[in-house]
Ligand binder design. Structure first.
Ligand code: ATP
Ligand code: MG
Length: 442
């Protein structure tokens, strides 16, 4: 029995002239008379397989000839060095078609459909997302995405953070009411969580260093290239730490993600046309910090219509980050621009001790974080000045009555980070089944 192997191993050169069995899906096929060329792929690569009459039974050759694109197939044969291309191919001696595709309804994601989409995603490709996942572009995105998830876990675990889970059904908002998803909950109202943060703060006195990667939900009505209604949120919280400590983690994490991608996914990034020197630059250089006030001055100097006190939306971030060589932290937002849990700066309480990390190349915010309001007195003052009802936050206030300590944390949008590092045009390109205000299918 020939050795079952991944296509990447057959292409490695180590199996030349050996008998192997490959399992995969038909990517391309061409036959003329008594010879059939089939390229098959698995998750590790693709290889040309050549079947010639005489080397296998006629029935098997016919079966191979009739196997059209995306049929699943098992081929056995000998790995041969292909003199012309310098690569490797399989000289086929055995064929088994496992899941044939009906020729009356061929695989709909054709090369012309991909070309029409030009690297982006048409409604047609989104409607057929379950099939589009198999294309090399999407597979590449999913591999890069997996490495980013792995890098986040390894960053925190190497530092002895505890992974901690919060509920998805909640009673209160973290990021403001306008993006809350309401769900009927046995005669009451509940909401889908916008962030893990408030529940992480409750566990902070127990675990001190905690993190998660989980979905967050936001009813983003406007469709932008960087908002989903369900996105993957990597969040962390530390006890005995302030805004600077939290920023140091954010910076180290993003640089660790860049380094991991360079180690694990250089080939994939290059296949997407990504310049690895840019990723190296992000991995190797410190991220500067600028205060909100300075950012407003810069924007005003560029003729942008913005006033002190306003939050920066995407259009402003885009202008600001266009000339950035590396990600920049924006710190010290006005108190009036940020929710109640942000701690006012003891040096000037007009500001809060917070930060956003803005990615370069016009991508904008990838992290939002800061120091938390941690005394009972201060949190009540902040909640009341904001006009937020206290009731849904009773547990949150209560935590501060029993041994409150300075603490802080951040949330990083994983899909946004993947989108930036992969050089995607739109955040939808990097998540298997994107959700936005118009789409919950497939
Ligand atoms: P924005 O102003 O861009 O909507 P935000 O200020 O609402 O972002 P935070 O509440 O600070 O974002 O959330 C932390 C991080 O989560 C953000 O920096 C971003 O990376 C990510 N994020 C927030 N909302 C979304 C979304 N709708 N889709 C994808 N990622 C998101
Ligand atoms: Mg938002």
């Amino acid at each position: 029995m020939a050795k079952e192997t991944w296509i990447s191993d057959a292409l490695s050169g180590a199996l030349t002239e050996q008998e192997v069995t490959l399992k995969g899906w038909v990517k391309r096929t061409r036959s003329s008379g008594k010879i059939c060329f089939v390229t098959i792929r698995d998750s590790t690569g693709s290889i040309q397989c050549v079947a010639k009459a005489g080397n296998l039974e006629d029935e098997q050759l016919d079966a191979l000839k009739s196997a059209i694109i995306e049929s699943s197939i098992i081929l056995s044969g000998t790995v041969k060095e292909d003199q012309r291309s310098g690569g490797y191919e399989l000289a086929v001696s055995g064929v088994e078609v496992i899941g044939p595709v009906n020729p009356d309804s061929p695989f709909p994601i054709t090369e012309s459909a991909m070309e029409a989409a030009d690297g982006g995603e048409t409604e047609f490709l989104l409607d057929n997302r379950h099939l589009y996942l198999r294309t090399s572009r999407m597979t590449t995105m999913l591999k890069i995405r997996s490495s980013v998830f792995g890098a986040i876990h390894s960053y925190f675990r190497n530092l002895d953070f505890t992974e901690y889970q919060a509920p998805c059904f909640v009673a209160g908002a973290v990021e403001g009411g306008s993006t809350l998803f309401e769900v009927p909950y046995f005669g009451r109202k509940a909401y889908l969580t916008q962030s893990w943060q408030l529940y992480a703060e409750a566990a902070m006195p127990a675990l001190e260093r905690l993190y998660t990667i989980a979905p967050s939900f936001r009813a983003e009505k406007s469709r932008t290239r960087r908002h989903l209604t369900e996105f993957w949120h990597a969040e962390m919280e530390i006890a005995w730490g302030g805004n600077e400590d939290v920023m140091a983690h954010g910076e180290a994490l993003v640089r660790h993600i860049c380094k991991t991608l360079l180690e694990e996914r250089s080939e994939e990034l290059e296949s997407l046309g990504r310049d690895l020197d840019l990723i190296r630059r992000y991995a190797d250089n410190p991220f500067p910090r600028i205060r909100y006030d300075e950012a407003i001055e810069r924007l005003q100097a560029l003729g942008v219509d913005i006033e002190w006190g306003q939050d920066l939306d995407y259009s402003k971030e885009k202008i600001l980050t266009q000339d950035f060589e590396v990600p920049h932290f924006l710190t010290h937002y006005p108190r009036i621009a940020k929710p109640f849990y942000h701690r006012p700066d003891p040096e000037d309480s007009k500001y809060v001790l917070c930060h956003d990390l803005l990615a370069p190349e016009g991508y904008g915010e990838i992290i939002g974080g800061g120091e938390r309001t941690w005394s009972e007195e201060e949190i009540l003052e902040r909640i009341d000045e904001e006009g937020t009802p206290r009731e849904p936050y009773e547990f949150y206030i209560d935590v501060r009555r029993y041994g409150g300590v300075p603490h802080g944390g951040f949330g990083l949008g994983v899909d946004r980070v993947v989108s930036w590092l992969a050089g995607a045009e739109h955040i939808r390109e990097v998540i298997p089944f994107p959700r936005d205000s118009r789409r919950v299918t497939p």
